[in-house]
Ligand binder design. Sequence first.
Ligand code: NAD
Length: 510
Amino acid sequence: MTVLAPGPSAAPRPLSVVAPATGAPLAEVPTASAADVTVALERARRAQPAWQELGPRGRGQALRRLARAIRDDGQLIDTLVAETGKPRHEAVGMEIFYTLELTRYYAGRAGRRALRDELRRPFLFAIKRARVLRLPHGVVGVIGPWNWPLLNNYADCVAPLMAGNAVVLKPSELTPLTSLRVAELWKNLGLPEGVFQVLPGRGEIGQALCDGCDMIFFTGSAKTGRQVGARCGERMIPVVLELGGKSPMIVLADADLPRAARAAVWSGFANSGQVCIRTERVFVETRVAERFTALCAAEVKALRQGAGGDRPGDQDIDVGAITFAPQIDNAEKQIGDALAHGARVAAGGGGRLPGDGRFFSPTLLADVTPDMLVAREETFGPVLPILRVRDAEEALRLVNESPTGLSGSIWTADVARGRALARRMVAGSVCLNDVLMNYFVVEAPLGGVKASGLGVRHGPEALRQFCRLETIVEDQPFTGRLSPFIQKQLMFPYRSRTLRVLRWVMRRVY
Ligand code: NAD
């Protein structure tokens, strides 16, 4: 790996990384320049063929070694907690655990099977066979957000690397330190230089990757995603866009309400609500709404908030800091709008907490209506609105009116009915009587529809996105002189007898 110093041509401002839980400066990171991007891409192109030659087994071994180093590196966990302000429990139990599970899956048999050549036998030209190859695109640019500095940054490099690509990762300018630490581990293990590089920087570096890579895997906001998609479209390179959403939870009257309330609060406030597939809004049937809201309020009141840092006992914290300051402004704006239009605070509501750290009181809103900002626009922070609906049909109609379609959950004792409703929900994935679990079932595709994105992560489908398809058509070994004979009939000079045969075939076969 290479951490690039600023190039001589331009001197971009370094990135000032601050600990959200304390407000203390953590590091000044030199920003890569446009020239550095060029150097990194050249290095990646030189390194990629040997990485491809290693084959899925060799690449898998390398990625498993790195995953074990990530698991055992105390410095990486400290860095992750410090630069996000999240509880240690979430850093380990979500980010690191997920990275290990994803590597286990892709670096093992499932990955090898998905990348294998495939032989297809044509029906019409039975003397031929087609070999379908899945080859790497070359250099994949991975552009990541700040809410999961490991899970949505390095872990998103695992599938493109496994597919045989070299990867240049641009982490978010707010949280580059975790990715830089992974790059150090890569280097310390002696893994091939140039195959995995990290370029810290702002949006310009992301743009430069879109200009120079062979494929882009982007996770972030819809606004930036549109720009990235447009640039990749101009260059005709493949792109995967994993964007935001307004994921709903639908709670039907026959649901296990205490279980649903616990899940609503966990999926609403984990990572301080800075989770793409979090429960952004709850639709609950009117006849159980009061009871459900009271259960949720009790859960919220029991949450323990604080710094997830180094002090003993920190692991007993449920809700950490806000990683990105503007999320607080957004939460305040949405709460203000909701209260002005008739909603009420059912729990929390303390707003920004005093002190140097960026903490915001987890807030449960009741009596929310679909026209309020908090019910329509992504919150991405610790605010959870509850809306009453007449029945499942009304909930589904409101959900499907949304311009986004990332994820959702349905809560009911009747699993068959839940499945039927899930089928009608326009979303990339739906959990029945559970939440967030769709992110950890790495065997199945996970992505967004509508304005939530293009393409998927997870499953063989995601791994194959990082490959270009190439088909080799060749004679079956048994064809002998038959193949040249048929070729002769089909090629110049055209013969009326061939046309008669073709007509006969068309009538008989079709
Ligand atoms: P963002 O769009 O502001 O930034 C994402 C990345 O893009 C950063 O690294 C940034 O530097 C880079 N970037 C900025 N301008 C660019 C440009 N013109 N070209 C290329 N790259 C550019 O998003 P964010 O605030 O970091 O992340 C929060 C958003 O991400 C939320 O909307 C959330 O829902 C979404 N998200 C989605 C998923 C998912 O899997 N669907 C996962 C995590 C986060």
